[in-house]
Write a protein that binds this ligand. Structure first.
Ligand SMILES: NC(=O)c1ccc[n+]([C@@H]2O[C@H](COP(=O)([O-])OP(=O)(O)OC[C@H]3O[C@@H](n4cnc5c(N)ncnc54)[C@H](OP(=O)(O)O)[C@@H]3O)[C@@H](O)[C@H]2O)c1
Length: 284
């Protein structure tokens, strides 16, 4: 029975990973959430092969306890770890626009703690089990915003803390890959695309163009102040040139289906890579 751990599984992309993986009754899926009581969408799946565990990814001790729970069920093994939990505070500022150095530093540290250090804590907690598993795969959900080349090409000036945390996450993945390739591990950093979750502003479902989608984001960030409007205007102009083919955000269902196709065909030879849901550097 292949075993999977998915973090940030209460909603969005993490919930959809649990949904698609547990649809195969042969899979044993461990869904890690911050609060079981509020993970009602997971409860609604009501499948015997899903076990819900509590841990905040910034809490190394809680992650070790979760790993011990998984170990009890699987006989000290794990095949796949999916580091999905992530956050952004949507500050609406570029690096030089925060109201104070303290506000900038707080945002940088807060997001880094979850998106980067959280993945390290989680990977370390489950490595002993993964070593005994047969797949030896660790997948970390990154973002195209963590690609420096694309950032410059698309003039993506917004979401600085989030982008920096995801670029650092890609290095975390490379470090583990370098260390564990000889043991047959595959570490992969994958961007899910732009996906309709609570990480994006609410969508009516009628979005048909990239500009429309960015317009919605612009609307959301506008509440953070006039700087955000200017920031998003620049992003819209850059992105329209960067990805004229883009038709708008995809659903979690489509994103996870595409990611699983890439994850399942990725081999140890490609360990440490940073790719999109297309399996390449096409982020949108
Ligand atoms: N949506 C996109 O367009 C997009 C694009 C690129 C990358 N991503 C990445 O995809 C991943 C999933 O995002 P999403 O779009 O599904 O966002 P989401 O709907 O906001 O879900 C984020 C999940 O992460 C969990 N989480 C946040 N901080 C956590 C912590 N400290 N410990 C444990 N869990 C924590 C949340 O838990 P609670 O439910 O308890 O809050 C939630 O379940 C993230 O890594 C994100 O950066 C998303």
């Amino acid at each position: 029975m292949p075993s999977y751990v998915v973090t940030g599984a209460a909603r969005g992309i993490g919930l959809e990973f649990v949904n698609q993986l547990s649809a195969d009754s042969e899979n044993n899926v461990f869904a890690i959430v911050r609060k079981k009581a509020t993970a009602t969408q997971l409860d609604a799946l009501a499948r015997n092969n899903i076990k819900v565990l509590e841990a905040d990814v910034t809490d190394a001790k809680a992650l070790k306890l979760a790993a011990a729970e998984v170990s009890k069920v699987t006989g000290n093994k794990l095949d796949y770890l999916i580091n999905n939990a992530g956050k952004t505070n949507h500050p609406g500022f570029t690096l030089d626009q925060f109201p104070s150095p303290e506000a900038l530093e707080n945002d940088l540290l807060d997001v880094f703690k979850t998106n980067t250090i959280g993945v390290v804590h989680c990977t370390n907690a489950f490595l002993p089990l993964l070593k005994n598993g047969s797949a030896k795969r660790v997948i970390s959900i990154s973002s195209g915003l963590g690609d420096p080349d694309a950032t410059v090409a698309a003039q993506a000036v917004g979401e600085p803390s989030y982008s920096i945390s995801k670029a650092a996450l890609n290095m975390v993945v490379a470090k583990y890959a370098a260390q564990y390739k000889a043991e047959g591990f595959t570490f992969l950093s994958i961007s899910p695309g732009m996906v309709k979750t609570s990480m994006l502003p609410s969508q009516s479902g009628s979005s048909s163009s990239f500009l429309f989608s960015l317009g919605l984001i612009m609307f959301e960030l506008a509440s953070a102040g006039p700087e955000a409007v200017e920031e998003l205007k620049m992003l819209m102009e850059g992105a329209a040139t960067f990805a004229p083919h883009f038709k708008g955000p995809i659903t979690p269902e489509e994103s996870v289906r595409m990611q699983l196709e890439v994850i399942n065909r990725w081999t140890v030879e490609g360990t440490g890579a940073f790719v999109s849901q297309f399996g390449n550097k096409q982020w949108l």
